[in-house]
Design a protein around this ligand. Structure first.
Ligand code: NAD
Ligand code: G6P
Ligand code: MN
Length: 441
């Protein structure tokens, strides 16, 4: 079987160790000959890099491993880039979340003004990685799950239309795992779904088992009472704030009982509730810095100190196996059905043909084929037209350096009540993001 060479971009990410162990757990399905880490923060990456070096030497000595901040070294001789960078790191995520809250507007990683700010930072970082990849390994594929995926995907559509980039998100995967358990199945892979929307902004309108039986009624009955709350034991999103998000899906579902919603819709449909339940002193970024970031970096330091990864506190990120499915689909032409963020071009018949939509695709060695989702209802269409316009205006603003476009984007976001509040938030965000955004005029 063909053996792949991979670069993980954002090597210093809190998700890197979990992904590495997950890759090792899947070597029979997706053989790997080389793993490299790339990051633009050498000190941060070094801790994760050193620990993974020890772990790989013990568990898979046949895999060549290195970590570097040098683009040529990182992107030469590779088949895949798995990209999970966070431009501005958690310090900037914290500001994205807290600045809007000053004006009683929700502060969220990828939604509303915070997501717009993050998008303005991410575009340049992602384009740079695509360019490195194409320069040093022109046949490689980039599997991108850096956020905000919707804005990043629109930017790549506009600015790198011919690049081999696949944008993907794990939220539907995570929700489908819960749905499968609710329906009494062992895995989401026992289901076929139809789903449409934008990234972090979509709906399921069909979920069937492999015999064709409709699972929607059973799942809906559960969601109407408990949202997606379902005890699966060990699960990625275990913090209280995530439990609340899974539970709140009950109210999002009530608004349109014909479909099952993505959890992220709560930020657009219940923004007042979200603001009331936010703490400007301690946002999700603080929760992650106190939790996941500390735990992962301490586990890495322990490995380095002990010189062994035996009994270490790194855990496989099992649900990230969708990334292996994606790489495998390209490497071995599996034609696996997966949700990707792709240009609409008629797949959703009554929606903007240039919008980047999240829909099922069949993935093979030539890339993806989109499945047609037909016409969507007025409610979803209305919400999506507004949100896709926000995403497009952000990319316009990034390309042209237009303050006006970004003010329009901010104003159009369903999370922002007026143009005057949009302007205040924007002005504060410009100040905070001086180092990262193009200059706006
Ligand atoms: P993190 O801050 O721990 O890691 C990000 C790393 O990227 C850091 O080490 C940072 O130095 C590096 N980085 C920043 N800018 C860079 C650049 N221009 N070039 C190279 N490296 C750069 O963040 P995290 O919480 O582990 O998340 C990483 C990313 O993955 C985020 O974008 C997050 O939103 C995303 N994510 C996406 C999904 C999804 O479903 N799409 C799921 C989980 C996480
Ligand atoms: C989900 C989403 C990601 C997002 C993450 C945030 O997995 O699909 O796009 O980045 O949640 O999780 P966090 O634990 O960092 O708040
Ligand atoms: Mn996501």
């Amino acid at each position: 079987m063909k053996s792949s060479s991979i670069t993980i971009a954002g090597g210093g990410s809190t998700f890197t160790p979990g992904i590495v162990i997950m890759l090792l757990d899947n070597l029979d399905k997706f053989p790997i000959r080389q793993i490299k880490f790339y990051d633009n923060d050498g000190d941060r990456q070094e801790v994760i890099g050193k620990a993974c070096e020890i772990l790989l030497k013990e568990r898979a000595p046949q895999i060549k491993f290195s970590y570097t901040t040098d683009p040529e070294e990182a992107f030469t001789d590779i088949d895949f880039v798995m990209a999970h960078i966070r431009v501005g790191k958690y310090a900037m995520r914290e500001l994205d979340e807290k600045i809007p809250l000053r004006y009683k507007v929700l502060g969220q990683e990828t939604c509303g003004p915070g997501g717009i700010a993050y998008g303005m930072r991410s575009i340049g970082g992602i384009l740079e990685i695509i360019d490195f990849m194409e320069k040093y390994s022109p046949n490689a594929w980039m599997l991108n799950y850096s956020n905000p995926a919707a804005i990043v995907a629109e930017a790549t559509r506009r600015l790198r239309p011919d690049s081999r980039v696949l944008n993907i998100c794990d939220m539907p995967v995570g929700i489908e795992e819960l749905m499968a358990r609710i329906a009494g199945l062992n895995s989401r892979k026992e289901m076929d779904v139809r789903y449409y929307g934008l990234n972090h902004f979509g709906w399921w309108n069909s979920i069937r088992d492999k015999q064709g039986n409709d699972l929607m009624p059973k799942i809906k009955e559960h969601v109407a009472k408990y949202g997606y709350t379902f005890d699966m034991g060990h699960h990625q999103h275990v913090d209280a704030s995530w439990n609340d998000t899974f539970h709140k899906a009950k109210d999002v579902f009530a608004l349109d009982p014909d479909t099952l919603p993505n959890t992220y819709l709560k930020y657009y449909l219940f923004q007042d509730y979200v603001v009331e339940h936010s703490d400007i002193e301690f946002s999700r970024a603080n929760e992650v810095m106190e939790g996941r970031e500390k735990t992962v970096f301490k586990a890495a330091q322990d490995i380095i100190d002990k010189g062994t990864a035996k009994d270490c506190n790194f855990h496989p990120d099992e649900h990230a196996s969708y990334i292996v499915d994606l790489a495998r689909a390209i490497a071995f032409n599996t034609k696996e059905r997966m949700l990707l963020i792709v240009e609409n071009e008629g797949a959703i018949e009554n929606f903007d043909s240039t919008g980047m939509v999240e829909i099922p695709c069949l993935v093979g060695s030539e890339g993806y084929e989109k499945l047609s989702m037909g016409k969507i209802p007025q409610f979803q269409k209305g919400l999506m037209e507004q949100q896709v316009s926000v995403e497009k205006l952000v990319v316009d603003a990034w390309i042209t350096g237009s303050y006006q476009k970004l003010w329009q984007a901010m104003t159009l976001s369903k999370t922002v009540p007026s143009a005057s509040i949009a302007k205040k938030i924007l002005d504060d965000l410009i100040e905070a993001n001086k180092e990262y955004w193009p200059e706006l005029n």
